[in-house]
Design a protein around this ligand. Structure first.
Ligand code: ZN
Length: 74
């Protein structure tokens, strides 16, 4: 298993939101909600692919909980 940072997510537009992709893309699925998404053919293979909604929620979670390092007090 390749080690990846949990922050490495490729945000993809949903097929429902954009019937025709503006770049050369192939259809894939959001790893979170299984929505159909467009993945640009030129995009890297390794990052997780999520739709706009899920990647937004994912980013929010990282913002909220911050980096994994915990500092007790000051
Ligand atoms: Zn999703």
């Amino acid at each position: 298993m390749p080690t990846l940072k949990s922050t490495e997510v490729l945000t993809c537009v949903r097929v429902d939101d954009m019937p025709v992709p503006n770049t050369h893309s192939f259809m894939s699925q959001c790893m979170q909600c299984d929505a159909r998404i467009w993945v640009a053919c030129s995009s890297p293979i390794e990052p997780k692919r999520m739709c706009l909604l899920c990647s937004g929620a994912h980013t929010e979670q990282i913002k909220k909980f911050g980096e994994p390092t915990v500092r007790a007090g000051k």
